[in-house]
Design a protein around this ligand. Structure first.
Ligand SMILES: C[S@@+](CC[C@H](N)C(=O)[O-])C[C@H]1O[C@@H](n2cnc3c(N)ncnc32)[C@H](O)[C@@H]1O
Length: 215
């Protein structure tokens, strides 16, 4: 993953974003749980923000570059009770059985659900993603999760100040081509036409928030 990912697109939000709802719900949960894992913590900014509500958070990410940035931010902030480690959710994680009370993932790898060994019985897994989670429910059931909840949030719009910021945003979204490159210009112009309302580029934000408990 490149440093450009870190250079996030600028936009304003009209309406209530699913991201805001996730953050509010997570902040409340963090007050109740001691040992927390952030799966796919990226550059750590969100983990560092959330630690204010938490006893202790470990963030893992499979990108060494992201973990280096996270550790630099942590050092700059002299942050305590937070740790960043370079691990993939697809490998055996170096944590004890039932170590965590809460695992969350903010647009990180859903493969964390296969690591239920490290979540306490009765512990909670909580996630937000931008793509439909149709298959996730069955996988959660297979992995022994219960009390599964899914909510869709689609009432917010992202409003971009210009085409460049819109291109940057789309490019950073999973599975999209590089819309900042001239070779994708035609497709990008189509997207601009689809999402222009008056003189604004407005893009509907879809978010899927899910939660489950380990038996
Ligand atoms: C969209 S970013 C979200 C980062 C962070 N959660 C945030 O909200 O700012 C997704 C992150 O998941 C990480 N990731 C993807 N697959 C992973 C895996 N299998 N194990 C660990 N991290 C992974 C990526 O490196 C990336 O940093």
């Amino acid at each position: 993953m490149s440093m450009e990912w870190y250079d996030m697109a600028k936009y304003t939000v009209e309406g209530v974003s699913g991201e805001t709802i996730f953050e509010r719900k997570l902040s409340k949960m963090l007050e109740k749980y001691d040992e927390v894992l952030d799966a796919g913590c990226g550059h750590g900014e969100f983990t560092l923000k959330m630690r204010r509500h938490a006893n202790r958070i470990i963030g893992i990410d499979n990108s060494l570059e992201m973990i280096k940035i996270a550790n630099k931010l942590k050092a700059d902030m002299k942050a305590q009770r937070v740790e960043f480690l370079n691990y993939s959710t697809k490998e055996t994680l170096p944590f004890k059985d039932q170590q965590f009370d809460l695992i969350y993932s903010r647009r990180g790898p859903t493969s964390i659900i296969n690591q239920n060994r490290i979540l306490k019985a009765g512990g909670v897994i909580f996630g937000i993603h931008s793509t439909n989670m149709d298959e996730l429910e069955d996988k959660l059931i297979d992995q022994g999760f219960t009390e599964i909840e899914f909510d869709v949030y689609d009432s917010a719009f992202l409003v971009f100040p210009d085409k460049d910021e819109f291109a940057k945003y789309l490019t950073a979204s999973n599975g999209n081509p590089d819309y900042t490159s001239p070779e994708n210009r035609l497709k990008f112009e189509e997207l601009i036409a689809m999402h222009t309302v008056g003189d604004k580029i407005k893009y509907k934000e879809w978010r899927y928030i899910w939660k489950a408990k380990r038996r």
